[in-house]
Design a protein around this ligand. Structure first.
Ligand code: FBP
Length: 568
C-alpha cells in the first residue's frame, strides 16, 4: 500500500486522478476511418462544389500553383485509401492562442500516419519552424497527451511568416529534416499563413524537384473560423465556452444569494462575439452585449451605456439590485466612433512605426499620435480614460491585430454606467465587480466534443497528407449524424482586407450574423432575461453521462440540428 506522500508525488507532471482517467476515455471515430474496426486513412473525391470569395480571381492569380492543383474544389472522404505511400516525414505545429483539443490533433495524426511514416513536432509554433526546432514524436508521447488540454506538448507563438528570409528559413528546415508535409494547427491568420506556405513550398524544395505539402487545421476558441455547414466550428470553442459558462453560472447563482452586486464580465474572443452569445445562451444573464449588433445598429458608446443603465434602474425598481452583464472582448472595435478611431490609429501606427518604437509609452507616445489624428479622433481620444488610451496605443501583434484582451472595456463600462445610473435615479444602489474570463478557458481539458472533433481532424489531416493533397484545411461536417471528414481549399477562403495600413489576402473572420438562428433566438428571449432572474448554471463540463455529448448551442441552432448532441 502506497503512503499519501507517494501518491501525491505520483500525481505530479499531469498525473492527477482526473488526468489519468481522461486519458482512458475512448474517443469516438467517424466510420469513414474504420474498416472491420481497424483505423485506416481515407481517400478523397471532389464534392463538385468550388469554394469562392469575392476576390477569388485575384487570389487565383496570386496563388497559381495551389489554386490550379485544387481547382478550389471541396473534397470529401470517399473510402479507405489502400494506396498510400509510406515513409512520409510530417511536421506539426501549433500557431496562435491555445485551444483545448490541440493535443488530440497530434494523436490523430500520429495514429493515422502509423509506424511507416514519421511525425515530428515543431517546438514553439511558427518560430520553431524558422529556427528548425523539431523532434520526433513517439507513441508514448501521444499516449501521454491524449485527451489533455493545452498546447504545452509543443508550445505555440504568433510569428507571421512573411519575409523572403523567413521563407528561406522554412525551406532550410524542410531540407534539414527531409520534410514531406507540414500541418499548421491555427486560426484564421495562421491558416492564411498556411495558404502562403503551401504556395511557396509547392515544388522545387526537395532534390527530385518535388514540394512540401501544407495542411491546416481549424483552431480558435473565438469561433470565428467557421464556414456554414462546411466548417461548423473551430476546435476549442466548445471547451472555452463551457468553462466560461460554468464560471458565469456560478456568479449568476451568487447574485440573488448576496443580492448586492452587478458583475461586468468581459469574455475572450478577439473580434467576433460568438463566445459571448454562446455563454449567454447557456446561462441567460440580464444583459449580453453583441458587438456585431452594436455595429449594425451604429450604437454610440453613450447609447450602449444608456441601455445598460436603464436595465439597472428598472430591475432596481423591482427590488433586484443585482445582475450580470456579458461583454465581448472585441466590442471596442465595433462601436462606430471607436472603429473610425482605431482604423486611423492602425494606419498612423504602421506609418510611424519606427519613430513610435523610440517613444516612451504614456504621455510621450500619446502626444505624438494626437498630432497625427483628425480633429474628431483627437477629441474622442481626449475623452477616454488613460487606461484605455494607453492600450489603444499598445503594439499590434505580428498579424496587425489590436490586443483587445489588454483593453479593460469592462472597467470603462462600469465607470460610465455608474454615472448614467446616477443621472437616471440617484436612489439606485449600483455596486459592481469586474471580471475578465479569457485565459481560464483556453487550456482546460477538452470537452468530449472537442476531444472527438480534434482527434478526427487529426485523422483527416493525416489522410490528406497520405493522399498527396496540399493547400487544404481539414474539417468535419454533419456533427449531429456521423461526422463527415472533408477538406476545403485554402485559396477558396482568401479575400482582400486592409491590414497594417495596406491590402492583404486573408481568410475572412466569421462574425455573429444578426439574422442567424442563434442570434434571433437570443434576441427573442433577452428582454425576459433582463426583467427577472431566469438564469441557468450549467456546472462543470462532463466527460461521462448524458451532458457530455452536448455541442455548442449556437452551432446546433445555426446548423439547424434537431438535437444539442453530437453523434460520431
Ligand atoms: P487565436 O485567434 O490565435 O486562436 O487566439 C485567440 C485569443 O484567445 C483571443 O480570444 C484573444 O484576444 C487572444 O487570443 C489573446 O492573445 P494572447 O494569448 O497573445 O494574449
Amino acid at each position: 500500500m502506497k503512503d499519501l506522500k507517494t501518491l501525491l508525488n505520483e500525481a505530479e507532471s499531469c498525473n492527477s486522478l482526473f488526468e489519468n482517467s481522461i486519458r482512458a476515455v475512448e474517443i469516438p471515430t467517424c466510420k469513414d476511418f474504420l474498416k472491420d474496426g481497424v483505423l485506416h486513412p481515407v481517400k478523397f473525391s471532389s464534392m463538385g462544389k468550388p469554394l469562392t470569395t469575392k476576390d477569388t480571381e485575384k487570389v487565383n492569380t496570386a496563388f497559381p500553383k495551389t489554386s490550379t492543383a485544387s481547382g478550389n474544389q471541396i473534397v470529401e472522404a470517399n473510402g479507405i485509401n489502400d494506396n498510400v505511400i509510406h515513409n512520409k516525414r510530417v511536421a506539426v505545429l501549433f500557431s496562435g492562442g491555445p485551444a483545448a483539443g490541440g493535443h488530440n490533433v497530434v494523436v490523430g495524426l500520429k495514429r493515422i500516419l502509423g509506424n511507416n511514416n514519421t511525425l515530428l513536432g515543431v517546438k514553439a509554433g511558427p518560430k520553431g519552424l524558422l529556427e528548425g526546432n523539431l523532434f520526433e514524436i513517439s507513441d508514448s508521447d501521444v499516449n501521454k497527451i491524449v485527451n489533455t488540454g493545452g498546447f504545452d506538448f509543443l508550445g505555440s507563438d504568433r510569428t507571421k511568416i512573411k519575409t523572403d528570409s523567413q521563407f528561406h528559413q522554412v525551406k532550410e528546415t524542410c531540407i534539414k529534416y527531409k520534410l514531406d508535409a507540414i500541418v499548421v494547427i491555427g486560426g484564421d491568420d495562421s491558416n492564411t499563413n498556411a495558404a502562403v506556405l503551401a504556395e511557396f513550398l509547392f515544388k522545387n524544395i526537395k532534390e527530385d524537384g518535388s514540394g512540401v505539402q501544407v495542411i491546416g487545421v481549424p483552431k480558435t476558441i473565438d469561433g470565428d473560423l467557421q464556414i456554414g455547414d462546411l466548417l461548423p466550428i473551430s476546435f476549442g470553442f466548445d471547451t472555452a465556452t463551457k468553462i466560461y459558462s460554468e464560471l458565469v453560472g456560478n456568479i449568476l447563482q451568487d447574485t440573488p444569494s448576496s443580492r448586492k452586486y452587478w458583475h461586468f464580465i468581459k469574455l475572450m474572443g478577439r473580434s467576433a462575439s460568438h463566445v459571448a452569445l454562446e455563454v449567454a445562451l447557456q446561462t441567460k444573464p440580464a444583459i449580453t452585449l453583441i458587438s456585431e449588433e452594436i455595429a449594425e445598429k451604429k450604437m454610440s458608446l453613450e447609447e450602449i451605456v444608456d441601455s445598460i443603465a436603464k436595465v439597472v434602474v428598472s430591475r432596481a425598481k423591482k427590488g433586484i439590485n443585482h445582475g450580470v452583464i456579458l461583454i465581448p472582448e472585441g466590442i471596442i472595435e465595433f462601436i462606430p466612433e471607436m472603429t473610425a478611431l482605431i482604423s486611423e490609429l492602425n494606419e498612423k501606427m504602421a506609418e510611424f512605426k519606427d519613430i513610435l518604437a523610440n517613444k516612451e509609452p504614456g504621455e510621450e507616445k500619446r502626444d505624438f499620435i494626437y498630432a497625427k489624428l483628425t480633429a474628431t479622433n483627437t477629441k474622442l481620444m481626449a475623452t477616454l480614460p488613460d487606461y484605455i488610451e494607453d492600450m489603444l496605443l499598445a503594439d499590434r501583434d505580428s498579424h496587425g491585430n489590436l490586443q483587445v484582451s489588454l483593453i479593460p472595456t469592462e472597467r470603462l463600462l462600469i465607470d460610465m454606467t455608474a454615472r448614467r445610473v446616477k443621472e437616471l435615479d440617484t436612489h439606485v444602489k449600483f455596486n459592481t465587480h469586474n471580471h475578465f474570463f479569457g485565459y481560464e478557458g483556453r487550456c482546460g481539458a477538452p470537452t468530449l466534443f472537442d476531444a472527438t472533433y480534434t482527434y478526427n481532424l487529426g485523422l483527416t489531416a493525416g489522410s490528406l497528407i497520405l493522399a498527396d493533397k496540399t493547400g487544404y484545411i481539414a474539417s468535419i461536417m454533419n456533427l449531429d449524424h456521423g461526422g463527415k471528414p472533408i477538406a476545403l481549399p485554402l485559396t477558396g477562403l482568401l479575400n482582400i482586407e486592409r491590414r497594417h495600413g495596406h491590402d492583404e489576402m486573408v481568410i475572412e473572420k466569421a462574425l455573429v450574423e444578426v439574422n442567424s438562428n442563434a442570434f434571433k433566438y437570443f434576441s427573442s428571449r433577452r428582454e425576459t432575461w433582463a426583467s427577472s432572474d431566469l438564469f441557468s448554471s450549467p456546472g462543470p463540463r462532463q466527460l461521462w453521462g448524458p451532458a457530455s455529448q452536448q455541442i455548442p448551442v449556437t452551432v446546433a441552432l445555426n446548423r439547424k440540428y434537431t438535437s444539442l448532441l453530437f453523434d460520431f
